[in-house]
Design a protein around this ligand. Structure first.
Ligand SMILES: Nc1nc2c(ncn2[C@@H]2O[C@H](COP(=O)(O)OP(=O)(O)OP(=O)(O)O)[C@@H](O)[C@H]2O)c(=O)[nH]1
Ligand SMILES: [Mg+2]
Length: 330
């Protein structure tokens, strides 16, 4: 093991989560994967290294959540040596409101692995200058510049900064970061599911009224797309709409030009039964609208992060949502 630096990403790369006790190591693993149980912040929680494979059934990345540094009476040397042997990269977790980071920076100075600094507690130190000072203090202690991201992970609030963490991870472990992105997208859809269901119900109701569906279904779907785009903070320009349409399916998807769509306030998108092949068989406008919402949400998430999913991935999501639409309203 002369050179621990990997140039090729192994099938299941190991990401070592290193930091002081209470830094937010387990909270970070949880934010990324839903796995692991963070502590209450009052006492050391992860008492021995824990391995979290993600996704659990068919892992593409393994998190090694190690015991916190800086605890009195704990000699971390053997654990550190073991972790360094296994890991392909390190997430070094440091709380912005904890100025004593030497136990971590001492380890980082010696490590030969790629490191991403993860500054947590962005919400606890909201002042940007104070954040800068804390980050440069750490940089000076390590003695070299390392890529860094800042997260806020309030126990009961909104976690922010995960996107930039995944962006940074792209350069170390592209497959792992892609899998984590899919997980993040699925969580983002959980929040938008209610919105999609509302439009799907409206479109489904239109089926019951003879002929009304002809106009009402595309209107509901267009309005849904607008709502989803807004939620993802994506501007549905004509160019984007064209991209979304072509990613979502065949030429049958959008029969009119994007310019017309925009003039109509993005009214028409796929007419039920003409969307992708399987839609006709599945039948109802409820199901196709729900599936469209699921796939469009994934595309918009990708567009917002600069990397929309490809057609095959979207089609997979669409088909899955179509099959699951029967249960979606439950
Ligand atoms: N407000 C806020 N709290 C955070 C943040 N990150 C972590 N916490 C809280 O800090 C406490 C400790 O987090 P853990 O993830 O258990 O810390 P750990 O690094 O795993 O600690 P050990 O397992 O003891 O080594 C928890 O209550 C977290 O909710 C953050 O960015 N903001
Ligand atoms: Mg922990």
């Amino acid at each position: 093991m002369a050179d621990t630096q990997q140039t090729v990403e192994p099938a299941v790369p190991v990401l070592w989560v290193l930091g002081k006790t209470g830094a937010g190591k387990t909270a970070l693993v949880r934010a990324l994967t839903g796995l692991g149980q963070p502590g209450d912040g009052f006492s050391p929680t992860t008492r021995q290294a824990q391995v979290h494979d993600f996704p659990p059934q068919d892992p593409v990345v393994r998190f090694l959540d190690t015991r916190g540094l800086g605890e009195a009476g704990y000699d971390p040397a053997p654990d550190l040596a073991a972790a360094a042997q296994q890991a392909q990269a390190v997430l070094a977790v440091m709380r912005l409101d904890d100025p004593v980071q030497q136990p971590v920076t001492d380890v980082l100075r010696r490590l030969k692995l790629p490191v991403l600094l993860v500054h947590t507690g962005g919400d606890l130190v909201p002042n940007p200058h104070a954040q800068d000072r804390a980050r440069s203090h750490v940089r000076a202690q390590i003695g070299r510049d390392l890529p860094a991201v800042t997260l806020s992970m309030p126990p009961d609030g909104l976690v922010t900064g995960i996107e930039s963490l995944l962006d940074a991870l792209d350069s170390f472990l592209p497959h792992a970061s892609a899998a984590l992105r899919r997980a993040d997208e699925a969580r983002s859809f959980q929040r938008l599911r209610k919105v999609v269901l509302r439009y799907a119900v409206a479109a489904g109701a239109a089926d019951a009224v003879p002929f009304a569906g002809l106009a009402a279904v595309p209107a509901a779907q267009g309005a849904m797309l607008n709502a989803l785009a807004k939620a993802h903070k994506v501007d549905l320009t004509p160019a984007r709409l064209g991209l979304l349409a072509s990613a979502l399916g065949t030429g049958a998807l959008v029969r009119m030009g994007a310019g017309h769509l925009v003039r109509q306030g993005v009214k028409l998108v796929p007419v039920a039964g003409q969307t992708l092949g399987a839609a006709a068989a599945a039948g109802t406008s409820f199901a196709t609208t729900y599936a469209l919402g699921r796939a469009a949400s994934a595309w918009l998430y990708g567009a917002a992060h600069g990397a929309p999913p490809d057609r095959a991935a979207l089609r997979g999501l669409y088909d899955q949502a179509l099959k699951g639409a029967g249960h979606a309203a439950e």
